[in-house]
Design a protein around this ligand. Structure first.
Ligand code: LLP
Length: 405
């Protein structure tokens, strides 16, 4: 567990703020960003944090203060970024299937915009002509990513303009004289293989001649981080070398001041987050021991939705003998976090901690079964602070129109 936080600090946070609880380590976020910076040329690379992975404004503030830019997937994420003080030039909005009114709003805010359909590009051309530089998202027809649900570049994916429709793209660009300054490809999430990123580079290289205003080659996000103890993530040093060399070659070939952009989400926040719950019930059933905990798919859906592995530690009793458990939630449907998982011997009341909970954990949480969303806590320089409170009963009623008597 590479974090600046000790198990003792995490346990104390659980006792102080109650469980279930999301805890984040600001230092880890910053060190992940610095690791990226150290392996890519600062002249030809910019990073935009894919904030869909975790949008709490205190986290966005850590990212902003580290000097990182921000990538948004909805106009409300853009507004959160502006709220935190990101400058328009440092905000990127990669839209998909959005109404054109959102794109108009993004243009009014003066941010960078990537468009992912010919339909919206046509509307964009008709409204803005060459007046506002814009990016286009291309779908390379490459299958890659940790799981089908998080693979976005294949030929059945809803994302991007298919690479087979470049002629139509060029026709629309010429018809309205649109200033296309960015080519964007995001192939999927949890891509370990550097070669997959370089397939995007090949598509970019083929397109550069046809699109003479292009300055930015946006490789999207999707760097793999280790989830299992023996796993390794994307080799960032190798990726940095390959992309730097490619960019130098493209700059020499085109004579343009090209720059590469990346949109990491998981890479910046996944390992910086911990989700702590408590064991309500132990239940022996045949060979299986169920550990029923005070959370469920309403708070961490990744294991059920993507069959994702999250490493689980018993932080109340970390040194105890390992036993196999089925760790299950308290939601009224099957919400299994782990099956047959060796964990240090569990007693009812123990604190159970999920690793890699920073990205798409709290962010995908809901109030299913009318349960409260958990609180979130951020550690900075060894000190913890509450960054969003746990729901209260009134929150369940807040948006509902009161009954009339
Ligand atoms: N850029 C674009 C255009 C994206 O669609 C995404 C993620 C990213 C960047 C950031 O990808 P990352 O670096 O985080 O892999 N909820 C799923 C992941 C969905 C990813 C959606 N797009 C999960 O929990 O695995």
């Amino acid at each position: 567990m590479k974090t600046s936080l000790s198990l003792e600090q995490l346990k104390e946070a659980a006792m102080q703020y109650g469980t279930p609880l999301y805890v984040y380590d600001a230092e880890k976020i910053v060190s992940q960003y610095q690791h990226l910076l150290s392996h890519f040329s600062s002249q030809t690379t910019r990073f935009f944090y894919a904030c869909k992975s975790l949008t709490n404004i205190h986290i966005l503030n850590v990212i902003k203060n580290a000097g990182c830019n921000i990538d948004c997937s909805s106009i409300n994420e853009v507004k959160l970024a502006i709220h935190v003080g990101f400058l328009p030039n440092n905000i990127l909005y990669t839209s998909n299937s959005v109404g054109f009114d959102e794109i108009i709003e993004a243009v009014q805010l003066g941010i960078n915009v990537n468009i992912d359909s010919l339909s919206n590009l046509e509307k964009f051309g008709a409204k803005y002509g060459s007046a506002y530089p814009v990016g286009v998202r291309i779908r390379p027809n490459v299958m890659a990513g940790g799981n089908l649900k998080i693979s976005t570049g294949h030929d059945k994916s809803k994302f991007g303009i298919p690479v087979t429709q470049l002629d139509e793209l060029k026709t629309i660009q010429e018809k309205y004289n649109i200033t296309i300054t960015t080519l964007h490809i995001h192939t999927g999430s949890e891509i370990k293989d550097v070669h997959i990123f370089m397939q995007s580079a090949e598509v970019f290289e083929k397109m550069l001649d046809q699109f003479p205003a292009v300055q930015v080659l946006d490789f999207g996000g999707g760097f793999k981080v280790p989830y299992k103890p023996d796993e390794t993530g994307t080799d960032i040093a190798a990726l940095g070398n390959a992309v730097d060399a490619f960019m130098q070659r493209m700059i020499a070939k085109t004579g343009r001041a090209l720059i590469a952009w990346f949109e990491p989400g998981k890479y910046l926040v996944s390992e910086a987050g911990f989700f702590i719950a408590q064991v309500n019930v132990l239940k022996q059933s045949g060979e299986t021991i169920f550990a029923g905990i005070n959370t469920g798919l309403n708070h961490l859906i990744r294991p059920m939705f993507y069959d994702a592995y999250h490493h689980i530690l018993n932080i109340s009793n970390p040194g105890a003998q390992l036993k196999n458990y089925a760790v299950v939630g308290n939601i009224c449907e099957t919400d299994t976090f782990a099956w047959d998982r060796p964990i240090a011997t569990i007693h009812e009341g123990d604190f159970i901690m999920f690793l890699n909970a920073g990205a798409y954990g709290y962010e995908m949480a809901s109030n299913y079964n009318a349960r409260f969303k958990p609180a979130q806590v951020l550690f900075e320089t060894g000190v913890s602070k509450l960054i969003s409170r746990r729901d209260e009963f009134e929150d369940l009623l807040n948006l509902q129109v009161p009954l009339t008597k």
